[in-house]
Design a protein. Structure first.
Length: 252
């Protein structure tokens, strides 16, 4: 068992949410019970994740994508009302860490993707005003586009979308998980052969082809399922509490 406020202060100590300007609140987004016995980790605090918590007796959710995004309608109606009602009625805590979990050098999403793809980390640079958000380094070996496609598919259990930048083989890479396709020009400025992120936009293809940088859309969900698992493991080591991860597949 761990006290809610003890867990919150330890998570904040590790993730330093005050160091970044984010699009959502980071930390305890919805307050539930004070004594935490079982934590369910997931990428996004969907209704399905809440339902899974109820089925498995978890009293706390720990996620990357929580609620209360800057651009959303703040009214508590429809889907949002149902999710919040389920949490509040059942006294479930919701902890969410967005950008702080992307950038963390040990258990962030970029770190987790690097582990999963065996990328050699050489550095992190600021991107979009967030310190250390864009990572760079190398693939474990030079790869053709076909190799790269198969490799990422196998390692992430999801077929990526690869747009060739024209080079026969790629080795140096930059990466940022999730919806970070907009940083392709920052990746190009680093001089790398390829850039890996989660999603793709129409213009990403043109940036890739015209600047000669290969783009790999590895999936928003698929590229962001590792950080919260690493964080969950860390919590389990630190406290006497059950921690489980729930994979809810998402093709995006
Ligand atoms: Zn994301």
């Amino acid at each position: 068992m761990v006290q809610q406020q003890v867990l919150l202060s330890r998570l904040n100590e590790w993730l330093q949410p005050n160091m970044v300007r984010d699009f959502c609140p980071n930390g305890l987004q919805v307050e539930g019970c004070h004594e935490i016995k079982k934590i369910l980790c997931g990428v996004t605090a969907t209704q399905a994740l809440i339902d899974r918590a109820l089925e498995t007796g978890a009293d706390t959710l720990l996620v990357h994508h929580g609620y209360f995004w800057k651009s959303e309608n703040p009214s508590i109606v429809g889907m949002k009302r149902r999710r919040l009602a389920s949490l509040l009625v059942n006294n479930i805590n919701l902890f969410a860490y967005h950008l702080p979990l992307d950038i963390h050098p040990e258990f962030g999403n970029n770190a987790g993707l690097a582990r999963q793809l065996e990328l050699v980390v050489e550095g992190q640079i600021d991107a979009g005003g967030t310190p250390g958000l864009l990572w760079y380094g190398r693939l474990p070996r030079p790869m053709t586009h076909t190799d790269l496609n198969e490799y990422v598919s196998h390692r992430l259990s999801r077929a990526p979308l690869v747009v060739s930048g024209g080079k026969e083989k790629v080795e140096t890479v930059a990466w940022c998980t999730g919806g970070a396709q907009g940083f392709i020009d920052d990746a190009h400025a680093l001089g790398v052969d390829a850039y890996i992120s989660g999603e793709i936009s129409e213009q990403t293809t043109h940036s890739a082809r015209e600047q000669g940088i290969t783009y790999i859309a590895a999936g928003h969900h698929a590229s962001e399922r590792y950080g919260v698992q690493l964080l969950g493991e860390r919590v389990r080591k630190e406290f006497d509490v059950i921690v489980e991860y729930c994979e809810l597949a998402n093709p995006a």
